[in-house]
Write a protein that binds this ligand. Structure first.
Ligand SMILES: *Cc1c(COP(=O)(O)O)cnc(C)c1O
Length: 493
């Protein structure tokens, strides 16, 4: 399996290379040349396996330089007792046609762990295979959850350092605490003045700075990415779509071969794109429903074919979706247009003017597979209360957006086929909002909030969050976007 950049007809490279590089030199994203097919018989076979077995089977054909045993070992290590349930990604039904795919049982209580418990292992194995003897410095721009998940994945990994940038006013109290208390000698954390897009643009600028790369190279370092632009982030995510399907079949909610809809709370478009990949590989995916919060740039895009980031940026109660530039959309557009020409042109237009228009033909192709909807903070809060009241299932603010959008989609289209809401964070990660949704006045102290939610619902806070109490804050730096490069240089001194 070879990989191409979405932006030029560059030389195809191997999976290990693509994972090491993160972003292509031309600014594009790496995409596989084809989609390995999982036959109906194989899908039935997957249903008998546990999560690790399923993940290994899905990932292996994309990783040509790794033999099947190696991939299996990686999956054993990534999805073990670092998760708080042996099911790893349990599927929880609230009625016979609706289930929540809980992707937050990993060490940082958000779905980013599904990929970031795997990526450091993939990356270090790739470096070994390619004989790279430089140290790798991972740069991350985070809207909240990626940062902690990446820190947790890379802390203490030999030969690596990791520097995380988060928007100063764009993450929750618990998210910030998770990051600034991170242990490990090879980690750095820095706030950025601005929003997530400012942080992400700053990291992209550093990556495309050839002079800086040469300077670091001379000092024995090269930069790579743990954002979902890295193929090694996206690949592990394909597995849980297959796993959810198998679990739905095993639960008797779905006949093998029947289509299953997925509704995905979307930010950078990585999660939902993994679902689209699963469909391309032969999984009977029905509609992929792209759920946005008040930053509804994707909802408008799926309606009109015009992607326009020139709009007000809203800070919402689902901060991990407060994004106006969804990087992974570029990969989807690359495949839908069948060449790198159009996607590259549109991305240039996005950079230069803040917008692009894909035209009616490409829009029709998109709408053949995707639906979209958005939901504001108030409706999301009502959804949290409703799901809790009606089914005793406690969901977070991001999951609530998807849950409400699915409800609206079903009412609007009459398509009540079995559907999975992808549940992306533990409700305890966004305690004040969840408490507010349940009609309670959240206490000011984040740890009192955890206790309050435990008491109110009789559920338990994840150990990783409760354990933050009393931990020393190690990182207090804050940089303007133009100073991020200097911060990286200083970190690698
Ligand atoms: C990152 C994140 C999302 C958005 O996922 P994308 O892959 O960026 O679309 C949604 N919910 C939570 C809780 C997240 O952490």
């Amino acid at each position: 399996m070879k990989y191409f950049s979405t932006r030029s007809d560059s030389e195809p490279i191997s999976a290990a290379e693509a994972i090491i590089r993160g972003l292509a030199p031309d600014g594009g994203l790496y995409v596989p040349e084809s989609f390995p097919q999982i036959s109906a018989g194989e899908l039935a076979g997957l249903c008998a396996l546990d999560y690790r077995g399923r993940a290994a089977r899905i990932m292996a054909p994309y990783l040509e330089e790794f033999d099947a045993g190696e991939v299996a070992a990686l999956c054993e290590a990534a999805y073990g007792d670092n998760f708080d349930t042996p099911e790893i990604a349990p599927l929880r039904f609230t009625d016979e046609a609706t289930a929540y795919l809980e992707l937050w049982h990993g060490p940082t209580s958000a779905f980013k762990d599904m990929a970031l418990q795997m990526l450091p292992r993939l990356l270090t194995a790739s470096l070994k295979k390619r004989g790279v003897d430089k140290g790798v410095c991972i740069l991350v721009a985070t809207s909240g959850d990626t940062g902690k998940a990446a820190l947790e994945g890379f802390a203490g990994v030999p030969g690596t350092r990791i520097m995380v940038f988060y928007p100063r006013d764009g993450v929750s109290a618990v998210q910030r605490l998770q990051m600034v208390t991170q242990g490990g000698d090879n980690v750095g954390v820095c706030a950025v003045e601005g929003n997530f897009d400012d942080a992400q643009a700053g990291v992209k600028r550093i990556f495309s700075d050839a002079g800086f790369a040469a300077e670091l190279g001379a000092r024995g370092w090269f930069l790579s990415s743990a954002n979902s632009i890295n193929w090694g982030r996206l690949l592990p995510q394909i597995a849980y779509y297959f796993s959810a399907y198998c679990d739905a079949v095993n639960a008797g909610a779905l006949k093998m071969g029947e289509r299953l809809n997925f509704c995905v709370p979307t930010g950078n478009f990585g999660d939902i794109l993994a679902g689209w990949f699963a469909g391309r590989m032969g999984l009977p995916v029905g509609r992929l429903i792209c759920a946005s919060n008040e930053n509804r740039v994707l909802t408008d895009f799926f309606e009109t074919g015009v992607y326009d980031r020139r709009r007000e940026f809203h800070l919402t109660s689902s901060p991990s979706m407060d994004i106006l530039v969804s990087s992974n959309l570029e990969r989807l557009l690359y495949y839908l247009t069948g060449s790198c020409g159009d996607a590259a042109r549109w991305m240039r237009s996005l950079g230069e003017t803040g917008a692009y228009d894909i035209g009616p033909d490409c829009l029709a192709k998109l709408r053949a597979e995707f639906s979209a909807g958005s939901c504001g903070d108030r409706a999301a809060a009502e959804e949290i209360a409703r799901v809790w009241r009606e089914s005793g299932c406690l969901i977070d603010t991001h999951t609530a957006v998807a849950s409400a959008v699915l409800r609206e989609y079903r009412a609007g289209t009459g398509d009540t086929a079995p559907a999975v809401v992808v549940s992306t964070a533990s409700p305890y990660k966004f305690c004040p909002s969840v408490l507010g949704a349940l009609g309670l006045e959240p206490k000011a102290d984040p740890f009192e909030c955890l206790a309050q939610l435990e008491e109110e619902t009789g559920t338990r806070a994840p150990a990783g969050l409760a354990g933050l109490r009393g931990r020393a804050e190690r990182f207090s730096g804050c940089a303007a976007p133009e100073d991020m490069k200097a911060a990286v240089a200083a970190f690698l001194e």
